[in-house]
Design a protein around this ligand. Sequence first.
Ligand code: ATP
Length: 285
Amino acid sequence: MTKIYEKAPAKINLLLDVLRKREDGFHEVQMIMTMVDLADRLEMEELPRDQIVLSSQVGFIPLDEKNLAFQAAKLIKERYGVKRGVYIHLDKQIPVAAGLAGGSSDAAAALRGLNRLWNLSLSGAELESLGAELGSDVPFCVRGGTALATGRGEKLTPVQSPPQCWVILAKPPINVSTADVYGKLRANELKTHPSLPRMLDAISNQSFPEVCKALGNVLETVTLDRHPEVRQIKDCMERLGADGVLMSGSGPTVFGLVSKEMKVAKIYNGLRGFCKEVYVVRMLT
Ligand code: ATP
């Protein structure tokens, strides 16, 4: 039986702005997203019977139709009339409900993988459009790299990779629901917005200090107020000397960008004092 593997990397938002709430209930956003090398791994294997079966080494995620990887498999199978089954094992490494798009990236990896396993020859654009039916972050996760995401997050424009650096991720022991955070956001009353042109300039000039200064996420206004531990982690990373610090997505994960390797151990050890889940990764450029 053929067995294939796909990596599903986590994403961080260097910039996340919400412009307004739309009539369809979605929010109009502007985001600069990039992948980091903390990844789930999907193993996909043909099944002799026409069924989708999902397993994982972690016990706290759904393994049925509620799982985004399952939904992705079902969607591509039904849309292209595939009469074959698949067994998908999800090796979860990305923290769940963390603001790192773990579920979306699993869905994207399932689409890419099943396109290969079932020889469907779908283009990247076709996979992205299937992804958009599953969730706003899925098209970006299908494509990877670095991108400007607009609309509800599904419209992508490629952006050059940001200057390479260390990325320290710290997740406090709370789970945050993205839907809850957007639900509580008063999008039309936001007083300040991060500057997209400033971030795009910083990236195109490959200026690491300018990228750090241009970081911004309007969802911090909701999550930091409701979860003081997220603010504490931000403050701690700043005190320990990270060059730029921001909450990713709807949180609660906070990331710190660090240019000098010699600073990394000090920040990691300092954070581990009160946060169990800390990861040191690189951007995927
Ligand atoms: P985003 O950054 O896109 O908001 P997130 O990183 O905050 O996503 P996920 O890890 O995708 O959040 O999980 C959110 C919820 O989705 C979880 O509580 C879980 O029950 C459900 N879920 C569905 N599929 C998956 C999956 N493949 N991996 C993890 N969680 C999943």
